[in-house]
Ligand binder design. Sequence first.
Ligand SMILES: O=C1O[C@H](COP(=O)(O)O)[C@@H](O)[C@H](O)[C@H]1O
Length: 233
Amino acid sequence: MTTIKVNDEQEIINKLSSYIQKISSDSIHSRGKFFIGLSGGSVVKYLCEGLPKLDTEWSKWVLAFCDERVVAEDSDDSTFGTYKRQLIPRTGLKDEQFITIKQGVSAEEAAKDYAEKLKEAFNGEDFRFDLLLLGMGPDGHTCSLFPNHPLLDEVNLKVAAITDSPKPPPERITLTFAVVNNARNCIFAISGASKAEMVKRILKNKEDLPASRVNPVTGSLYWIVDHASAAYL
Ligand SMILES: O=C1O[C@H](COP(=O)(O)O)[C@@H](O)[C@H](O)[C@H]1O
């Protein structure tokens, strides 16, 4: 694991963008495509500012979600909806390159459908993302994997439904750790004093929290933290 300390949110965006530039170029060069998993929350802002500056073959990108809220696409809570409004118009990306959840169905059905879509995108069961961009809530959750939730120990499903998310909205789908820890690269990008206590509990105290369970088996893990979130390291 590599921890990168930067001064502020702008430096998080710069550092994150330079990793994405390198990993996307390497992936496209080696395998012809770049499979990236996006998160919601603060990661959206980092990407909307950073990605438009990349020099890349946008048509080679395949974009999926580390988690998604089971809501209508035009809802402010929809992670895809937010990227559609705020990111797509500023890049060469097209809507069709995003693997999105089925609309108007239960979380259970959306999760099953999403797993099928990933299977098709990856040409099989081995969902090996080139890069997962991860956020972490102040409670230590990542994706929609929350502290003390039974989904933390899910080993059979690759995409799971959650209907009791402690953070609204309650209905979501999420990648499970089986997929997260199969990625080639995982990057956490964390800013702000509200995350400082949790950053300490995870990176310094090594407590068992959802975000601490991200540890790609044959991949690389990076934590990019700003001055405020790294205050207790
Ligand atoms: O609900 C969610 O929260 C996490 C963390 O969000 P942040 O705003 O604290 O960075 C996010 O990574 C996840 O994708 C999202 O659904």
